[in-house]
Design a protein around this ligand. Structure first.
Ligand code: A3P
Length: 321
């Protein structure tokens, strides 16, 4: 049965059984796989992706940690890449949730099938992942495909992830986990795809080494200068905005279309669920979208603790918030 899904399932089960497990705050269990914590129910998909995905040179892959601005980045990159096919009045952003426009490898594509057929997808193929850089399939690292990473200040990410996973924004079904407990797990690095510092550093270092391969963006920078950052993205993917487009306000149009307010108010994002292994309310993708919301939630000692982790783990590499 070598080479079949059945064979894969067996081999994956055996591999998973050998890994350390820990109870997480956002899901029942997570496993330590190649130095990152992965929700147990997502891990088979991660492994299948690692084994089978074949990158093409034209592929564009969005990478992030959960709650760092992934949904926003998906809408923006989709709009930049497809701007010659669609105008602002007929863009699929109006009728599809961004997670359906650019699917995650580990939640969607390698979910129901361990060997999905991705060859026929329109090029450039657009994908997303939360997997840390060192654990990406070799073909992604070796090919000329490009990676766009979005990073966010951990002080805001920990608050955002608590609202999303634990409080399940807009849902009755809330997990019993205080912000303190969730924060503790976050600070220990025991959160999905964490530790957060390893995740950021993996992509950060690669972006310094190979700037044509990995574009490193910050949520905060996008909030501050969306036009400048959209130009950067467009150049990076080889589709720079023309003078005509710039003068015609195309960049501002894309920024407005993909703003939190516009996306949040679309019918397609207000109702229904999105199956990302676990089902989430689509509206939970959009909360406040602010920089610095942590002041409303974290105690001074929590702030000190996260700041000193950042000082110790990431500042020495020149990455700061
Ligand atoms: P908050 O919880 O701080 O509001 P991800 O998409 O990686 O899950 O990240 C979710 C965070 O991005 C949430 O942050 C969410 O509100 C914010 N967000 C979603 N869409 C956005 C947009 N179009 N512009 C800015 N922020 C957005």
């Amino acid at each position: 049965i070598a080479g079949t899904e059945e064979h894969d399932r067996k081999a994956i089960d055996e591999l998973i059984a050998s890994l350390p497990q820990s109870k997480g705050t956002v899901g029942p269990f997570q496993c330590l796989h190649q130095n990152f914590w992965c929700p147990l129910d997502v891990l088979p998909n991660v492994i299948a992706f690692q084994w089978h995905f074949e990158a093409k040179h034209e592929d564009i892959i969005l990478a992030s940690q959960p709650k760092s601005g992934t949904t926003w980045l998906k809408a923006l990159v989709f709009s930049i890449i497809n701007r010659s096919h669609f105008g602002i009045s007929n863009t699929p952003v109006l009728t599809s949730n961004p997670h359906n426009l650019i699917p995650f490898f580990e939640f969607q594509l390698y979910g129901s099938k361990l060997r999905p057929d991705l060859d026929g997808l329109a090029e450039p193929r657009l994908f997303a992942t939360h997997i840390p850089y060192p654990s990406l399939p070799e073909s992604i690292k070796q090919s000329d495909c490009r990676i766009i990473y979005i990073c966010r200040n951990p002080l805001d990410t920990v608050v955002s992830s608590w609202h999303f996973f634990v409080k399940k924004v807009g849902s009755e079904d809330q997990l019993e986990c205080s912000l303190e407990e969730h924060f503790e797990a976050y600070g220990q690095g025991k959160i999905s795809f964490g530790p957060f510092w390893e995740h950021m550093l993996g992509y950060w270092k690669e972006s310094l080494k190979r700037p044509h391969k990995v574009l490193f963006l910050k949520y905060e920078d996008l909030k501050e200068d969306i036009v400048g950052n959209l130009k950067k993205v467009a150049e990076f993917v080889g589709l720079p905005f023309t003078e005509e487009e710039e003068e015609g306000g195309v960049i501002e149009e894309i920024a407005k279309m993909c703003s939190l307010k516009t996306l949040k108010d679309l019918e397609v994002n207000k109702f229904g669920k999105i199956p990302l292994v676990i089902e989430f309310e689509k509206r939970s993708c959009f909360r406040k979208g602010e920089v610095g919301d942590w002041v409303n939630h974290l105690t001074p000692s929590m702030v000190d603790r996260l700041n000193s982790i950042m000082q110790e783990k990431i500042s020495p590499f020149g990455l700061q918030f």
